[in-house]
Design a protein around this ligand. Structure first.
Ligand SMILES: C[S@@+](CC[C@H](N)C(=O)[O-])C[C@H]1O[C@@H](n2cnc3c(N)ncnc32)[C@H](O)[C@@H]1O
Length: 387
């Protein structure tokens, strides 16, 4: 029937890799024509187009399978040298073996293909606007925050897909000050909990053990790309309007534009961080977005919204959130996402409820991984000019 017992000994196959999927894995096929699985698509982590590898298949489904590389017959010319010695073991990075340019190409093309497919499923005719591109300027050293886990007597990261720990001496993605702490102080630090969050504040390294979600304030992890994101988002703001900054954290996306806006409502579940540039026309609400919107009345002032949901997107609340934005007469929506699948789902909901798509952008916030940050601007029929 095409599905094999997953508990059976893994079958060794020679696989030719010809592509990389936007989810991170290399995509190949079984080469041997006489094999039962000849031609079947097989996904293999940490591979590149041109690799030919003996692999152990650990999962076979009807249309595709998953395998682990065992021995390389031929290595792709596209490969670059990974910086980290724990690469392929550590669950953090997928793509240190690919150049930043190749990573970017796979990410942006994957996102466009996924969105086209999603919108076709929703039976929509869409003209694709130009994609504004913000590739990463810095492939390593960009993370202002990392989380280490304690495994018995050491701090490290999880191995991909397991509960096992990977011993590391450094993380090449982390800001250089965090790397300095890891190289010089990590081994001697006393283990005071299960998880250690390390944050580069801009001045010092902040060490926080076992931080509860309720104590956590969201901060974008890539400061350079965050500047590009904020500037792109604000280039779509409408002067003099009221702004709903939904899933707004501490106002990262709207605060610096407050003077040009009539007013801002910033809605987020997390506790508030005291912001230096506290402004009078900005109100923070510690509520869930869907509950808060439900209780709102339409304003006399024209209004636009920014939505920057967590990785899961608006999820089960998408239908009601979009309906409330329409009921409240929101004229423009600037949607920010960090997950392509959730982005596609939420975009489909907007399309279903009559929104038109004006533009979109992609930002490489997470080099060496397959993750991508996306922005899109949508309008309901009633959009007016901001003048
Ligand atoms: C991707 S972050 C964006 C934060 C902010 N826009 C920024 O740029 O820093 C998503 C935010 O959504 C918040 N959040 C998650 N679920 C929520 C919900 N149901 N209602 C309100 N906020 C929520 C989280 O606390 C987090 O701050």
């Amino acid at each position: 029937m095409g599905t094999k017992d997953s508990s059976a000994k893994p079958a060794r196959k020679l696989i030719q890799i010809y592509d990389v999927a936007r989810g991170g894995m290399g995509v190949g096929r079984v080469i041997d024509e006489s094999d039962d699985y000849a031609g079947r698509v097989i996904f293999v982590a940490h591979t590149a187009p041109g690799d030919q590898i003996w692999c152990d298949v650990f999962k076979m489904k009807k249309k595709h399978g998953f395998a682990r590389a065992v021995e390389y017959v031929q290595r792709s010319e596209q490969r670059v040298e990974p910086r980290c010695s724990a690469f392929e073991k550590c669950g953090g990075c997928d793509w240190q073996h690919l150049s930043l340019n190749d990573q970017w190409k796979i990410k942006k093309e994957g996102a466009i293909t996924a969105l086209k497919k999603a919108l076709r499923f929703a039976d929509m005719e869409v003209e694709f606007p130009h994609l504004e591109e913000f590739p990463a300027l810095q492939g390593y050293g960009y993370r202002n925050r990392i989380q280490l886990h304690r495994f018995d007597d050491f701090l490290g990261f999880y191995e991909k897909g397991t509960q096992k720990g990977v011993r590391i001496e450094n993380c090449e993605l982390a800001h250089e000050e965090i790397q300095h702490w890891m190289k010089h102080s990590m081994a001697s630090t006393s283990l005071k909990g299960k998880k250690l969050e390390l944050t580069w504040t801009g001045q010092d390294i902040l060490l926080q053990w076992d931080l509860a979600n309720s104590e956590r304030n969201f901060r974008q992890i890539n400061d350079t790309q965050n500047k590009a994101l904020v500037s792109w988002v604000q280039s779509h703001f409408l002067e003099g309007f009221h702004c709903y900054d939904l899933y707004g954290g501490s106002g990262n996306l709207s605060l610096s534009w407050a003077k040009k806006l009539h007013s801002i409502d910033c809605v987020d579940l997390s506790p508030l961080e005291k912001v230096d540039s506290w402004v009078e026309n900005l109100d923070f609400h510690r509520k869930s977005v869907s509950d808060w919107l439900k209780a709102q009345e339409k304003k006399e002032i024209p209004t636009f919204a920014v939505l920057d949901p967590p990785r899961s997107g608006m999820s089960d609340h998408a239908q009601s959130i979009v309906a409330h934005l329409k009921r409240l007469g929101v004229q423009r929506v600037i949607l920010v996402h960090c997950d392509v699948d959730a982005w596609c789902k939420d975009m489909v909901e907007f399309q279903k409820q009559g929104a038109t798509w004006l533009s979109f952008a992609a930002f490489d916030f997470f080099p060496q991984t397959h993750h991508l940050e996306l922005g899109s601007v949508l309008t309901f029929d009633t959009e007016l000019s901001s003048s």
